[in-house]
Design a protein around this ligand. Structure first.
Ligand code: CDP
Ligand code: MG
Length: 709
């Protein structure tokens, strides 16, 4: 028997008294009272995330303001808030709530607020001393997410300058930094030598076994998916009772693995095949970021008697979420990670081998309540040759454009000497400054422009924001808002695994593309959005057209929220411009304003060449409406890249060279080394003139291509 259905079991909420942190409640409450900064560390699962905020609530901190807890991952913020609201016997959104990008589940009553680190960063923009909070807890600091690292630097700066810190506050803010294990001394030194509170952990031994299935060259997803499924089933049939946690890379791999597991588990004969006769079934549960929260809740519930639970998860289950009862780990050895790809000059989500420290963390999840076993599907040679010692902090491997703009808007002019826990390479900072300059968010002196101040309000990538603002200035935001929303949610197009269904889905999607009139991937998004919105039975419409109704519903909500931000900004002095041209051209020209950094021109056959100085050779992704029509195209813009053995461009739109002609020189006119001096100090006009190329000077004297901003 295998099972995927829901069942009801009440979690034992009283178990919180058994968590390692419980014995230290009073000491922790006192330590937060006594210190402005405190580092708290303890094994994953010791109760830091769910309990400490409640202890501080009980100690009365809420009377001076909210208790805010940040998480690098949105799923963690949501599920933990759910759990804590249960433990505190209140409905979610009342005393305990959460806020993640585009989803605010808090009310005026909320005093314990879980949120993503990105949300707190946005709040700091509006209120630099966080006057609404009495305590801010930066959780999962060991994850070293970009936003948490920036928050650390900002809070250090604010609290270490008493003038700044007390302005607008009645009582001083308390900051607690929580970390699973790593680098607590480093954190303490960074925060001025603050105390470190260690929650003594109980862990049980975990034996780890390597296998020879995955060697240094096996990065093909189908290989490791097959292997984890095989190993998980072996564990299920041959090991004693205890739940299994499989670590995989992302949603589609997890869904594939779950389908395979489900199919194979169906044919198990429990009389003969399974060694432990107390085990009578396998319950298969996926766990990844974008799945519905009611499904995520099931993960934490104990399985019915006799049933073994098998959770197939992304890295989220490594430290952010603790699932009780796990005794066996199946580790694929891979993770999906956003990395700056210097070959193409953009951030790209790639599947890479995990670090050795990450592998140890994964294995450790099996030893929380008793001795466990970890099955690594990779060989010792893979461990030696492919896995780095530690995971590189996000700040040192991804684009800094959005955070640098945030810092600049917060008045941090010198973004190079900002207190970073680990300094990003200077070239990454310069790259961000260059991009901000290119989209007119900062001026030649590195100061935030009026447009930059508007841009920072949108939780979107800078290029997309730029296009949206351009559309708004031309009075056609209705074209861009839905597109921005659709690009902010998970993929809306369903592609079933079954080949026949796949063909049908592709056909339906193509039809939607044709109906969209001027056919490109952006208008396709717009058309799906509008058609579904106009439909009397939107969920049936989605089903019929192989569209994710849940994703589209979130896109509707995101569009409303983006519209609200825009309306707020339009009440200020918002620049307007006139345009006389047809609607399709208007739409595409607005896109060009934001995406001129992502321009490619067809070189030969189906190959395009990017124009950003990297000159990468790229192909249109098969999911595009323009796939197979390459011969009719010349210039295109695209939303993002996918790197496999080839480099693919996705969400593509044909344009005319004329529309980007004036913008393209901007890609080459900035000398990043000169910009570094701009980042450090105020420069004179003569200095600026020195590093502006002749091209710019010419453009300026001609006064061409002056945007309204
Ligand atoms: O933060 P830390 O890793 O120290 O522990 P935690 O996340 O506070 O977890 C404490 C306990 O709460 C664990 O036993 C989790 O399994 C449980 N928990 C849960 O049952 N449901 C959640 N949504 C979150 C945590
Ligand atoms: Mg935690």
């Amino acid at each position: 028997m295998s099972k995927r259905t829901k069942w009801d079991t009440k979690g034992d909420l009283d178990e919180s008294k058994n968590l390692p942190i419980y014995q230290h409640k009073a000491t922790l409450q006192q330590a937060v009272k006594d210190n402005s900064f405190l580092v708290v560390t303890g094994e994953t699962g010791s109760g830091k995330t769910t309990q400490l905020p409640q202890y501080l609530h009980q100690a009365g901190f809420w009377s001076n303001g909210k208790i805010g807890i940040t998480q690098p991952r949105r799923v963690a913020a949501i599920t933990v808030a759910q759990r804590v609201s249960q433990e505190m016997h209140c409905s979610l959104g009342r005393e305990v709530g959460y806020q993640v990008r585009f989803d605010d589940c808090t009310t005026q009553d909320t005093v314990v607020k879980y949120m993503t680190d990105g949300c707190l960063l946005r709040e700091i923009l509006a209120d630099p001393v966080l006057s609404q909070y009495s305590v801010v807890i930066l959780d999962e600091a060991h994850e070293r997410s970009l936003n948490t690292d920036i928050l650390l630097g900002l809070l250090k700066q604010t609290l270490s300058s008493p003038d700044k810190a007390s302005k607008g506050r009645s009582v001083p803010l308390k900051v607690v930094v929580m970390s699973a294990t790593l680098e607590t001394d480093k954190l303490s030194v960074f925060l001025g030598g603050c105390p470190v509170f260690t929650i003594p952990g109980r862990t049980f031994p975990v034996t780890s076994k390597f296998s020879c299935a995955i060697g240094p060259k096996d990065t093909e997803s189908s290989v490791y998916i097959k292997e984890v499924v095989k190993v998980a089933l072996d564990v299920h049939t041959s090991e004693m009772a205890g739940d299994i946690l499989v670590f995989l890379t992302g949603q589609s791999e997890i869904e594939k693995a779950c389908d395979m597991l489900y199919e194979k588990a169906e044919s198990i004969d429990y009389r003969y095949d399974v060694q432990d006769h107390k085990v009578e079934g396998l319950l298969i549960l996926p766990l990844y970021g974008s799945m519905p929260t009611d499904q995520q809740k099931q993960i934490f519930q104990p399985p019915p008697p006799g049933i073994r639970k098998c959770v197939v998860a992304t890295n989220i289950a490594a430290t952010s979420l603790t699932i009780n009862g796990i005794k066996y780990i199946v580790d694929s050895g891979f993770v999906k990670q956003l990395n700056h790809n210097s070959r193409v000059g953009m951030d790209i989500l790639e599947v890479v081998p995990i670090s050795k420290s990450e592998a140890l963390q994964r294995a450790g999840r099996a030893g929380r309540t008793s001795a466990g076993k970890c099955f690594r599907i990779y060989s010792p040679a893979f461990w030696e040759k492919c896995m780095p010692e530690y995971t590189v902090p996000e700040i040192q491997r991804t684009s800094l454009t959005a955070v640098i703009l945030t810092l600049k808007c917060l008045g941090v002019h010198d973004v190079i000497r900002f207190p970073y826990l680990d300094r990003p390479e200077e070239r990454f900072i310069l790259e961000a400054l260059k991009q901000l300059y290119q989209c007119d968010a900062i001026d030649r002196r590195g100061k935030v422009t009026r447009l930059g101040e508007l841009m920072v309000e949108f939780p979107l990538p800078p290029g997309l924001t730029r296009a949206l603002l351009q559309a708004a200035s031309l009075g056609c935001e209705d074209l861009l808002l839905p597109v921005a929303a659709m690009l902010s949610v998970e993929n809306i197009f369903i592609r079933p695994g079954h080949p026949e269904k796949q063909k049908e889905a592709d056909k339906k999607h193509r039809q939607l593309g044709v109906q969209a009139g001027s056919c490109n991937d952006f208008t396709m998004l717009l058309s799906v959005f509008e058609k579904c919105k106009a439909s009397d039975a939107p969920s049936a419409w989605c089903k019929d057209n192989y569209i994710h109704w849940r994703a589209l519903k979130s896109a509707f909500s995101v569009e409303t929220q983006l519209r609200e931000i825009l309306l707020r900004l339009q009440k200020r002095d918002f620049p307007m411009e006139k345009f006389d041209g047809n609607k399709s051209e208007l739409f595409r020209r607005c896109l060009c304003t934001g995406y001129f950094t992502n321009v490619a021109r067809r070189s030969v056959g189906k190959v395009f060449c990017t124009m950003d100085g990297h000159g990468s050779m790229v192909h249109i992704h098969p999911s595009s409406t323009l796939f197979d029509q390459e011969a009719q195209l010349d210039w295109v813009i695209f939303h993002d890249l996918l790197v496999t053995s080839r480099i693919y461009i996705r969400t593509v739109c044909p344009i005319r060279y004329d529309w980007v002609k004036d913008l393209l020189p901007k890609l080459h006119e900035v000398d990043v080394y000169e910009l570094s001096s701009v980042a450090r100090e105020e420069v004179t006009d003569e200095e600026v003139a020195k590093w502006m190329t002749k091209e710019t000077a010419k453009r300026q004297t001609e006064g061409s291509a002056e945007a309204v901003f």
